[in-house]
Design a protein. Structure first.
Length: 183
């Protein structure tokens, strides 16, 4: 009987040690608020541009900064959303320097891992004259972490996440749409 009790206690502590850990707000970098003067878009259908060419118009340069401002966040989670663990791996893969100059007027997938993709889109800004905007690796990492922290959703035992929002990016605070979606 004592051996059984010892085994039960050991198993209990092993389960506690191996249990998934919740992400806390202290573990996330940055504080997010919608940009001043902007509203979150209304709930709609899942957003994805399937005709996107993942390599056209986006080339990585090395810098380790946030080049975009605060983002709005809209929950887009559904049964077709990417797995949160894939998005966390994508976030880890983007550690370190990187800035993505991106052509406007079309949707671009900047990074993906497994089922998780991060894409951006802009229409040329208020005056329609911008031709390129920039997104930093840290911007992408922040969006992924905050999206999972706020909107992680369990579907059939799997944690999923899907969001979209708008954030001002260089040059001149060009308002871009950013999306986490199923690759």
């Amino acid at each position: 009987m004592q051996i059984f009790n010892l085994l039960a206690i050991a198993a209990f502590f092993a389960m506690i040690h191996c249990a998934p850990k919740n992400i806390t707000s202290d573990q996330l970098s940055g504080h997010f608020q919608p940009p001043h003067g902007h509203i979150q878009p209304s709930n709609g259908v899942w957003y994805r541009n399937s005709s996107t060419d993942d390599t056209q118009g986006a080339k990585l340069t090395l810098d380790n900064v946030n080049v975009c401002g605060a983002s709005s966040f809209e929950n887009q989670a559904s049964t077709g959303s990417p797995l949160a663990k894939g998005c966390l791996k994508l976030r880890r893969n983007l550690a370190g320097p990187g800035i993505w100059p991106v052509d406007v007027f079309s949707q671009h997938t900047l990074a993906k891992y497994g089922t998780c993709a991060f894409g951006v889109n802009a229409n040329g800004g208020v005056d329609g004259k911008a031709t390129v905007f920039k997104v930093g690796n840290e911007d992408i990492r922040d969006m992924i972490a905050h999206s999972i922290f706020i909107f992680r959703w369990e579907d059939a035992g799997l944690n999923k996440v899907g969001t979209r929002g708008f954030m001002p990016c260089q040059p001149d605070g060009l308002l871009i749409e950013r999306v986490i979606y199923h690759a």
